[in-house]
Design a protein around this ligand. Structure first.
Ligand SMILES: Nc1ncnc2c1ncn2[C@@H]1O[C@H](COP(=O)(O)OP(=O)(O)O)[C@@H](O)[C@H]1O
Ligand SMILES: O=P(O)(O)OC[C@H](O)CO
Length: 514
């Protein structure tokens, strides 16, 4: 009897790691998830232990494979594994020992703000965006690596010795899961490399002019080799866990993976993922489009000739993390799923607007001197109003991003495909549809990020032969949210939001004392 094949996906996100197994119909058959520790050593700083990330992934692989086998399958049926990951988060290690030299600096970390401010005055800063697709900010990996080179002695020493290795989380995981220095597989894919500011967005190769501009000497630091997002050989194979020997054949940054998982294969399709942050990717086709309205240009995926796509991206730094903030810091609710319950205790935000600029505001505003600010509090304000204002903040920023996207692409979107933890809330999805004035389409199976990584891996080894083979995947159980408020009302709400954003500018500027 021929037993069916399955594909595994490692989803290493900002707050948790997961391993999931999918069958050939794209159904998720087993999963294991683990949260890991977040470190906030100073205000605005955010770190993770790179070794803990690897361990959490290994535990998830083993836990999931055990669940899979309990269903009567065998581990040999898992024929390939894909990786998807939080992007920009920067890991540095010594290539001779394979040991991390510092905690990972997470994408949300704003410690390089001062450094970025200085870099903006360097000649040529205005040309970076058109070359790499990203604005100069604390968000991409570049300023995080520069900060480490200036402030972490062990990193600086390894750089001077020429033993420093740099990577985003995908590279680090691939390197470690392959056994580290023994095999020394140090690779990345273009969707991840396009988040560093070191890759040329046209050629998909490292750009010497960009590296020179950042004063990074390529002889002193090893950057991961850029290979396709779906490749049968380049990513090696697992050397630990119950899946020892299974090839890693797909790799995508998590937002790209979600676009793939939502089958956003052709130009004009878009998805919005409401995780720790929130990221809207709009497939613009096989040529990059440089935004004039505060969006990023990124590689959507590279599945080889004729299947390499770019996206315009709207990145929101704080989304699900604002919900976690209400859970952990304010103690308003004991779990994220209670947010909607609290918000439904009131009819609206009671005149409150919460600019959740915990790490400044990303797209389309790029205000790095703002911090979280709640406007409109009165003696009437209740917790429910703050809960509503919190969830509305992500929906307003999505609305602002869609307006920018329409200006850049010349075409309005007519439907938004959604996924990510926060989209479990009907109230949030309804609010989103109300604000943007068109339908929000939520799939039944919401692990689209992992599904995208599995698709990349499965396409490389022939589990699926083409995009056409995937057309029936994840179509069931969709919910469509349609707008229930008038356009005029939505415009009024948005105008108030824009006023609040404007008023949040400059908070970090020094106060002059007379
Ligand atoms: N029912 C819910 N309502 C609102 N937010 C939620 C809900 N469930 C999860 N979340 C939020 O979703 C986020 C987790 O989403 P996930 O897609 O797993 O994120 P990540 O991949 O960034 O780790 C958390 O920040 C959490 O606050
Ligand atoms: O972990 P997420 O889902 O919030 O995604 C993180 C992004 O990749 C950061 O750019």
């Amino acid at each position: 009897m021929i037993r069916p094949s399955f594909v595994g996906a490692i989803d290493q996100g900002t707050t948790s790691s997961r391993f999931l197994v999918f069958n050939q119909k794209g159904d998720m058959v087993a999963t294991h998830q683990l949260e890991f520790q977040q470190h906030y050593p100073h205000s605005g700083w955010h770190e993770q232990d790179p070794e803990e990330l690897v361990r959490s992934v290994e535990i998830c692989v083993n836990g999931c494979v055990e669940e899979f086998e309990n269903q009567g399958h065998t581990r040999e049926q898992i024929v390939a594994v894909g990786i998807t990951n939080q992007r920009e988060t920067t890991v540095v290690w010594d290539k001779t020992t394979g040991k991390a030299l510092h905690n990972a600096i997470v994408w949300t970390d704003a410690r390089s703000q001062e450094l970025v401010r200085k870099l903006k005055h360097r000649i040529g800063s205005g040309e970076l965006n058109s070359r790499c697709g990203l604005p100069l900010s604390t968000y991409p990996s570049a300023s995080k690596l520069l900060w480490l080179l200036e402030n972490a002695p062990a990193v600086k020493e390894a750089y001077e010795r020429g033993t420093l290795a740099f990577g985003t989380v995908d590279s680090w995981l691939v390197y470690k899961l392959n056994g580290g220095p023994a095999r020394n597989i140090h690779v990345t894919d273009p969707s991840n490399a396009s988040r560093t500011m070191f890759m040329n967005i046209e050629t998909l190769e490292y750009d010497d002019d960009l590296l020179d501009w950042f004063r990074i000497d390529r002889n002193k630091v090893t950057l991961p080799k850029i290979v396709r997002s779906s490749d049968p050989q380049a990513y090696g194979s697992l050397t630990t866990t119950h899946l020892k020997g299974v090839r890693i054949t797909g790799c995508l940054g998590d937002q790209s993976a979600a676009l793939v998982g939502q089958k956003g294969f052709s130009a004009g399709l878009a998805k919005n993922t409401y995780g720790t942050g929130c990221f809207l990717l709009y497939n613009v086709g096989s040529k990059p489009v440089i935004s004039k309205h505060g969006l990023l240009t990124t590689v959507a995926f590279d599945f080889g000739e004729g299947k390499r796509m770019y996206a315009l991206e709207g990145s929101i730094a704080t989304a699900g993390s604002s919900v976690m903030f209400l859970v952990n810091n304010f103690g308003f609710i004991d779990s994220p799923s209670k947010l909607s319950v609290l918000a439904e205790e009131v009819e609206d935000s009671g005149g409150c607007t919460f600019v959740t600029a915990f790490s400044g505001l990303f797209a389309p505003y790029w205000i790095d001197d703002a911090r979280g600010t709640i406007f409109g509090i009165t003696a009437y304000t209740k917790r429910g109003h703050i809960a509503r204002a919190t969830l509305e903040a992500t929906c307003f920023q999505t609305q602002a991003i869609l307006k920018a996207m329409e200006k850049d692409s010349g075409k309005p979107l007519t439907e938004l495909r959604v996924d990510g933890g926060m989209c479990a809330s009907d109230l949030i999805m309804q609010t989103q549809s109300d604000f943007i004035g068109f339908p929000v389409n939520r799939p039944g199976m919401r692990e689209t990020t992992a599904l995208g990584a599995a698709m990349a891996a499965g396409l490389a080894v022939g589990v699926w032969k083409s995009f056409e083979d995937l057309k029936d995947v994840n179509n069931d159980g969709r919910t469509i949210f349609r707008p229930q408020i008038s356009e005029k009302e939505a415009r009024k709400k948005f105008a108030r939001w824009e006023k609040a954003v404007d008023m949040s500018r400059g908070w970090l500027n020094e106060v002059e004392v007379q």
